[in-house]
Design a protein. Structure first.
Length: 209
């Protein structure tokens, strides 16, 4: 219409013809301190396979997306600097992601190192060691511990961490950066090509907290 190539906008004629596409599927999560404590005690008592146990134990300390966790490779883990660098091709925002590793997270990785360090993946599959563990492994472990899909999901560790860190008073921009959420302002993002490196020292303190 603005350029004179159409006399009217036909889009309103289609209103209601197609259901809206929703990306924001609710992922159940526990967020209150007492329930978080209950969940952490449950996880500590998990007695399944060592690979799944360590993946489950690590989840609250790194709160990455489930696919990013299960596809972690040993060459991404820097024990000396206590840092996990996830490459851009595995990230939703197509930028590398730095995950400062708390002392607890390092301890969990050191626990599984003797078992899987000869493999490519930190958490290899049970049947095929050349592939990452099943995308349902952590979810099944939560079910085995008695946490229903309406109570807690693997993705829910992100909401759990976000809420807990907010309650501890950490700056929202640090939390958002650690969650690797996309910068909503595209113009601003264009000038922050190294956004994945931002606030690393502050995030390191936050992750230990």
């Amino acid at each position: 219409i603005a350029t004179g190539r159409a006399e009217r906008n036909p889009a309103p004629d289609l209103k209601g013809a197609l259901p809206p596409y929703r990306r924001d599927k609710h992922m159940a999560a526990v967020t209150t301190p007492d329930r978080i404590g209950e969940l952490m005690r449950s996880i500590d008592g998990y007695n399944g396979s060592m690979v799944v146990r360590c993946a489950l134990m690590l989840s609250p300390y790194v709160f990455v997306r489930p696919g990013e966790l299960r596809m972690a490779t040993w060459d991404e883990i820097d024990f000396e600097n206590a840092l996990w660098t996830i490459p851009a091709e595995r990230m939703k925002v197509r930028q590398p992601h730095l995950v400062p590793l708390s002392k607890q997270a390092v301890s969990i990785l050191q626990e599984i190192y003797p078992l899987t360090s000869r493999e490519k993946y930190v958490f290899p599959g049970e049947r095929d060691r050349g592939r990452p563990m099943s995308d349902n492994a952590v979810r099944s472990a939560l079910r085995r511990l008695g946490w229903s899909n309406d109570e807690m999901t693997p993705h829910g560790f992100r909401a759990m961490a976000s809420t807990a860190l907010d309650n501890l008073g950490f700056d929202p921009k640090l939390i958002e950066r650690q969650l690797a959420h996309e910068e909503p302002n595209k113009v601003k993002a264009a000038y922050k090509r190294e956004v994945w490196r931002m606030y690393l020292s502050e995030r390191t303190v936050m992750m230990q907290a």
